[in-house]
Ligand binder design. Structure first.
Ligand code: 13P
Length: 257
């Protein structure tokens, strides 16, 4: 177990979103090289969720064993007539060990609701992938004092029965903090992560106590250490700053120890 809060081994995951042509494989290789140079000093799992077009090449590159890989979304079904969609089984086959589900950009751009997210998390479990389930309030919801109610509702509605510490990770990403350079105060992060931990324990017992809860939203090299030291923050989900190996590694090094 790593050095994260509560003895839970943290996870630092980069979500590349719709970014990266094949030239960007060099960034993943640079991350692998940097991790190799750190010789096991990082007490955290490190993961990249590239666009699906790069997943297989990235996962099968030499040195890839230092990194884990994830898809950014999956269909609820294993196969079938669903043009343009990708199943959890396909992601697994391409080398992923996890898949992000319910990212706020999916919820906004594609109208995904909690029930859809739950179905996708179930699909991830069926395929043997870890589901990284994203939740988080909008700016309006925060300003009207609804943050805790929204997060609790999304958590209850998006997590399938059978979620365990091994097959499920929660990512708390306030929508207003994504890509804006804004972050909640450390006290605000602590309040939400504490609520999530209590809800997880109430529903899943010991598994809920060990499930990793990531923070996401404008995590950068200069704020990572402070955010990662908040109780019940067991790692980060990083967008923009994960696209450059040097920034991503600087964030990963919050767990150097
Ligand atoms: P940024 O780190 O760019 O704010 O994005 C966060 C995010 O949405 C990760 O999933």
């Amino acid at each position: 177990m790593g050095k994260g809060t509560e003895g839970v081994r943290p996870l630092v995951a980069g979500n590349w979103k719709m970014n990266g042509l094949k030239a960007a494989l060099g960034e993943a290789a640079a991350v692998q090289e940097a991790l190799a140079g750190l010789q096991g000093a990082i007490a955290a799992d490190v993961m990249i969720a590239p666009p699906a077009t790069l997943l297989m090449a990235m996962a099968h590159a030499s040195g890839a064993e230092l990194l884990q890989f994830a898809g950014q979304d999956c269909h609820a079904k294993a196969s079938g007539a669903h043009t343009g969609d990708i199943s959890a089984e396909m992601l697994k086959d391409a080398g992923a060990s996890a898949v992000i589900v319910g990212h706020s950009e999916r919820r906004t751009d594609h109208g995904e609701r909690d029930a859809d997210v739950l179905a996708k998390a179930l699909a991830a479990h069926r395929a043997g992938l870890c589901a990284i389930v994203c939740i988080g309030e909008t700016r309006n919801e925060r300003e009207s004092g609804q943050t805790l109610a929204i997060v609790a509702r999304q958590l209850a509605g998006s997590l399938p029965p059978g979620a365990t510490a091994a097959n499920t990770v929660i990512a708390y990403e306030p929508v207003w903090a994504i890509g804006t350079g804004l972050t909640p105060t450390l006290d605000d992060v602590a309040e939400v992560h504490d609520l999530i931990r209590r809800d997880l324990e109430a529903r899943f017992g010991g598994e809920g106590a060990r499930m990793r809860i990531l923070y996401g939203g404008s995590v950068k090299p200069d704020n990572a250490k402070a955010l990662m030291s908040v109780p019940h923050v067991n790692g980060a989900l990083i967008g923009g700053a994960s696209l450059k190996a040097s920034d991503f590694i600087a964030i990963v090094r919050a767990y150097e120890g």
